[in-house]
Design a binder for this molecule. Structure first.
Ligand code: GLA
Length: 388
């Protein structure tokens, strides 16, 4: 990202009065393991990406908020009194949802703001461009309006914006990693208690590589909300016999003993994914700390298979890209990352095999699906904040 070009575009859009806009950045994320566990109060292990969303913002005296983005064709001018109205299915709902939550927390809007976003996270790729836009907006307004809201509160408020305003019942993983990441570390988070630990993520001789199926997915889709609902129904089957707040309170062993209570075979599969995935996160953290990288890779593959067979959120493109990856010599592990049904895979690849991986997996994927995959070798970034 070129800071100068961004500021020039801002000046062209909004004019160049005395007050310089402030520059903020929020990363995207990739989840290493722990998929669809967050809204079940379970464990996750994401890390933040060196690509993300930049935001230039400053106050104006117009009584309107202006929203433009380098990545979106449509810009918006919204009077302060109309900020709480949802705008169809447009991107601006992410910042609007956040502003609505901030107003509920006491933000007073007497004057407007000029916002200019620019992101280098591929859209619809499952790398959390939405949480990145939400968090960059929240962090910026928190600072510019001296709201003094604590970081975890900001994270919760962004999740609420997505739940209530955008209408996706997402868990807290994406906002949490964007808001609390540490460079070169993964974040081991208990989504029930919000206790977390940064785990060093440097695997000597191996590289984190993201592969994009280029099959777009949209998170306002009903499948995600349907899975959330299916997990709730799974819980209902246990309620008669024990007090259970969430599926992840069950160990794999208890689940195996008691799962005949779940009478619906589809719900049984969904619950099995959640319970086993939660265990896989714990095992992955242990393996990472003990430098047992083969185990990390194996757990990633098991995670993908569980998401494919039990949770049914992979689809032919993600499956093809994972299988293609596993055929390349020197690949430790590969799995889908994020909500699924398109988007990206995350891979651990021997550093000296990265070129070969892209060539071989790319061409196998193309023959299997007719689609061209894109590959990214990201850095592991720190949390959202002001950068200029
Ligand atoms: C999306 C949601 C997250 C999480 C993942 C699946 O990214 O935003 O809260 O549920 O899917 O693990």
């Amino acid at each position: 990202m070129d800071n100068g070009t961004l500021r020039d575009t801002f000046a062209n859009l909004y004019g160049d009065p005395a007050e310089e806009p402030a520059l903020f950045f929020a990363p995207g994320r990739v989840n290493l393991i722990g998929e669809h566990t967050d809204y079940n109060q379970g464990y996750v292990l994401p890390c933040a990406l060196s690509f993300g969303t930049y935001l230039l913002v400053r106050r104006n005296r117009s009584g309107n908020c202006h929203f433009s983005s380098e990545n979106e064709r449509k810009s918006f001018t919204i009077p302060l009194h109309a900020l709480t109205e949802k705008k169809g299915r447009h991107w601006v709902n992410y910042p609007l949802g956040v502003m609505q939550q901030l107003v509920l927390k006491g933000m007073e809007l007497e004057e407007g703001f000029d916002f200019y976003y620019s992101g280098d996270i591929p859209g619809g790729a499952g790398l959390s461009s939405s949480a990145s836009v939400e968090m960059v907006t929240a962090v910026a307004l928190n600072e510019l309006c001296s709201l003094d809201i604590d970081r975890v509160e900001l994270i919760k408020l962004c999740q609420k914006a997505e739940n209530d305003f955008v209408g996706v019942n997402c868990g807290i993983m994406d906002q949490f990693i964007v808001g609390k990441a540490r460079e070169n570390h993964a974040l081991f988070l208990n989504c029930g208690t919000l206790q977390y630990r940064h785990v060093p993520f440097v695997i000597r001789g191996y590289q984190l590589l993201i592969a994009n199926t280029n099959k777009k997915r949209s998170l306002d889709g009903s499948i995600y909300n349907q899975r959330v609902a299916e997990c709730r129904s799974a819980l209902e089957y246990f309620r008669a016999s024990r007090m259970l707040g969430s599926l992840t309170e069950l160990s794999v062993e208890t689940f195996e003993k008691e799962n005949s209570r779940i009478k619906d075979p589809v719900i049984l599969k969904r619950a099995r994914h959640v319970v086993t995935e939660n265990r896989r996160v714990l095992e992955s953290v242990k393996a990472l700390m003990n430098n047992e990288y083969e185990d990390v890779g194996r757990l990633m593959v098991e995670s993908h298979r569980s998401l494919k067979n039990d949770y049914e959120v992979t689809g032919k493109e993600l499956d093809a890209l994972v299988e293609a990856a596993l055929d390349v010599e020197g690949t430790l592990g590969a799995r889908m990352t994020g909500a699924g049904l398109g988007g990206c895979t995350v891979n651990l690849v021997k550093s000296d095999q990265v070129e070969r991986f892209m060539e071989q997996a790319g061409s196998a994927y193309h023959s299997l699906t007719g689609l061209k995959a894109d590959f990214y070798v990201p850095g592991i970034a720190g949390a959202a904040g002001r950068i200029g």
